[in-house]
Design a protein around this ligand. Structure first.
Ligand code: SF4
Length: 84
């Protein structure tokens, strides 16, 4: 199932600061088929779109987990993200 963020996501729109040639593969793998494994989607779903860094790429799940953990601890939020 395609990600509902396709229209506004800078990664899908190729507006991210680094383009390394893997974009086409990642867009097919993550954006058009597997959003729940995407680092950007993880942060979006857990803490909101305003906390997704521009330079966060779909494969950077460790960094996504760090961002979510830091924000939820700092703000006392309960985490909404649940891996599927
Ligand atoms: S990069 Fe992630 S958040 Fe953005 S459209 Fe693709 S799957 Fe969705």
């Amino acid at each position: 199932m395609p990600c509902e963020r396709l229209t506004g996501c800078p990664y899908y729109g190729e507006n991210t600061p680094i383009y390394n040639g893997t974009g086409t593969t990642y867009r097919k793998t993550y954006c058009e088929a597997g959003k729940t494994n995407c680092a950007r989607y993880m942060v979006y779903a857990a803490v909101g779109p305003e906390f997704v860094p521009l330079d966060l790429y779909p494969t950077m799940t460790t960094r996504a987990e760090q961002i979510i953990a830091e924000l939820t601890a700092k703000n006392g939020w309960s985490e909404r993200w649940q891996p599927v």
